[in-house]
Structures are given as C-alpha cells and as structure tokens.
Write a protein that binds this ligand. Structure first.
Ligand SMILES: Nc1ncnc2c1ncn2[C@@H]1O[C@H](COP(=O)(O)OP(=O)(O)OP(=O)(O)O)[C@@H](O)[C@H]1O
Length: 335
C-alpha cells in the first residue's frame, strides 16, 4: 500500500498532474470519479476535484447535486463505479488504513449511541482509536466539546439532542485529535445563524492552524466567505473550481457613481467617454458595466471635469449570481 512517503512509483500513487498544482500540494484529488447507483442514477459524473493543501475548499451545490456521494467515495464508504480518488497522497479506498487516521470527517448520520450522553459518546469514540493515549482522553473530549459549544449539553443523552446539537457532536468527534484534513459534509445543517457563525469561526481557526478543510454546503452564502477555494457542483458535475476570488472576478463588475442631481448628465458623458457601457441613472446615482476600466480612473475623470463626486462603489456578482448565470437555475433547486 502506498502512502505519501513511499518513494517508488506504484499504481496507488498520484499520477503526474498536468496543469494542476504538484501532486503533493493537493490534499484531495479525484480523476474521472463517477458513481452510478443501481437505480441507474448517475449521482457523480467524471469528477476532477483538486483540493490544495492548506485550503478551505467550499464544495458547493444545490441539494442532490452529488456532494455527499462524492464525500462518501473519498472516505471509502461508497465504491466508485469508475475513476479514482486520492486523500493525502493515498489512493482510496486501498490506502484507507494509513490515510484515514489523519482525516477527521463529519458525514451524515455518524453512529452515536442514543442512550449515552454526548460526552460518553465521545469518550467511547476516543477509546476506539487505538492510537489515542487513554490517559489524556478526558482532556481531548472536554476540549472537543468546548470547541463546538456543547459543554453545557454534554450530560444529556444523545437521543434528546436537537439536530443542531447532533451536528455539533459530529463536529466534536471529527475534532477529537489534530488532523491534516477535515471533511465536513453540511456542517451547518440544523444550526441557527449563531451556530452557523460559530462553525465558520471554527473552520477559520482550524485552517489558520494548518488543517486543510473540505466543507460541503447547499447554502452558498453561508460558507462562501471562509473559503479560499470553491468547487461548484450541478447535477453530478463540477461546474467551476478554483480560487474563490478568481471565480467571482469572472463575473461582470458594475460601478455605481453618485453625484449631484445637476451633474448627472455630465457624469454620464464622462462615463461613456471612458468607454463604459450600459450606463443607467437612478436619481443622482449612475450605474455602468465596469469592464477593465480601473475605478480610480473614473473618479479622477469626474473630479478633473469639475463635477461633484459623492460616492463610487464597485459591485461584483456573488458566487450565487455566477452560478445562476452559468446554469440558468436557482442554487437551491433539487433535481
Ligand atoms: N443510495 C442511493 N441510491 C440511489 N440514488 C442515490 C443514492 N444516494 C444518493 N442518490 C441520488 O444521487 C443524487 C446525489 O445525491 P447526494 O446525496 O450525493 O447529493 P448532495 O449534493 O449531497 O445533496 P444534499 O445537499 O441534499 O445532501 C441524488 O439525486 C440522490 O437522490
């Protein structure tokens, strides 16, 4: 079985990755990963996922777009119909025994015991980890409970937990020990806005400490802001993938210029004179497509013409708008 440290090439090792970051720069990579269920449903279709080490990779897509099936294949819980997957340089599922201890995962329906308390469930999980030192078990479980804000509810039986508490316990289980990679499937499911903010904060903290985080969500706006990289799924296919900033920059930016009512006509002439198109006015505010004009050039031209400049704002489309523009569908559409 090959691992990231094996020097010789073997079929379990990553092949050369033409045009993508070097093999060892990727915490997760898939090639043509495909899952066709017995029902005939193709849930995942030829996926080429590239999750750089050290990134927070937002794996986004509407309900039913194939995110969970992909994650289950990555973790060796579902066998792909075709294609391959590598986690931390190990080919899955073959390298699971060496790779999975370095991966923390939150996937649907973790196996918690309904009659045990949240704390007892964690202690039990910790004890089942042969590499964990039993003498420090208490500290690990209490730390994990604290990090997910579950200390106060730790003595309640699991069956009395709300969906949000269950989700937090799942996260705590993934955090029981330091991991190189965390795979979190819909970690904000069932959480209120405060809980969602806490998860975002936690993800940022983990990333700052050097953990790569692959986090899925069907709620783009919830997770988008903590991600350095984004992959967007639609109907089993990866529609877009790359650095978050670069993806939103693909969309067309607009500029909004606010002047005095008396100067609206003259400012419109300045904008068209700079080659800006689709100029519209609304009271003292003008909007136009920015194209490649630097915003400073616009403000300088207005001031130079002796016209009032009250405000200037550049708006870029959100990822959701980029998605809608690409697919013609709303983000929350299930299939
Ligand atoms: N065991 C299964 N047998 C048949 N079809 C399945 C099975 N599991 C999932 N599917 C189908 O595969 C598609 C992708 O499902 P998946 O759960 O991977 O999507 P998802 O993006 O994670 O959705 P959600 O955001 O709702 O969790 C869906 O159409 C789903 O109905």
């Amino acid at each position: 079985m090959a691992t990231g440290t094996a020097p010789a090439a073997s079929s379990d090792q990553l092949p050369a990755a033409g045009g993508v970051p070097g093999d060892h720069d990727l915490a997760v990579r898939t090639d043509g990963l495909t899952k066709r269920f017995r029902s005939g449903q193709v849930a995942v279709d030829g996926l080429g996922l590239h999750v750089p080490r050290g990134s927070v990779y937002g794996f986004l897509g509407p309900n039913g777009s194939g995110k969970t099936t992909t994650i289950r294949m990555l973790l060796g819980l579902v066998r792909p119909t075709s294609g391959r997957a590598w986690l931390l340089d190990g080919a899955m599922p073959e390298a699971g025994a060496t790779v999975l201890p370095r991966v923390g995962a939150l996937v649907e329906g973790p196996a918690f015991h309904p009659y045990l308390t949240g704390r007892a469930n964690l202690v039990r999980l910790d004890a089942s980890d042969a590499t964990a030192d039993p003498r420090t078990s208490r500290r690990r479980t209490e730390d994990a409970l604290e990090r997910v804000g579950l200390s106060a509810a730790a003595a309640k039986p699991y069956r009395q937990y709300s969906l949000g508490m269950k989700q937090r316990l799942g996260l705590a289980a993934a955090l029981l020990r330091p991991r190189e990679l965390l795979v979190l499937d819909e970690p904000t499911n069932g959480l209120d806005p405060q809980g969602t903010r806490e998860v975002r904060h936690l993800v940022r903290e983990l990333a700052d400490a050097g953990t790569t985080v692959l986090v899925s969500s069907h709620l783009l706006a919830e997770i988008e802001q903590v991600c350095t990289h984004i992959g967007i799924m639609s109907r089993g296919r990866l529609l877009l993938q790359g650095e978050r900033q670069a993806l939103t920059d693909r969309g067309t930016a607009h500029v909004g210029v606010t002047t005095s009512l008396a100067h609206v006509g003259a400012v419109a002439e300045v904008l068209t004179g700079l080659g800006l198109t689709e100029v519209t006015t609304d009271g003292p505010t003008l909007r136009a497509l920015l194209a490649s004009t630097p915003p400073e050039k616009i403000s300088a031209a207005i001031v130079h013409a002796g016209l009032d400049l009250v405000g200037l704002e550049v708006t870029r489309p959100s990822l959701e708008q980029v998605f809608v523009a690409l697919t013609g569908e709303g983000f929350d559409v299930a299939r």
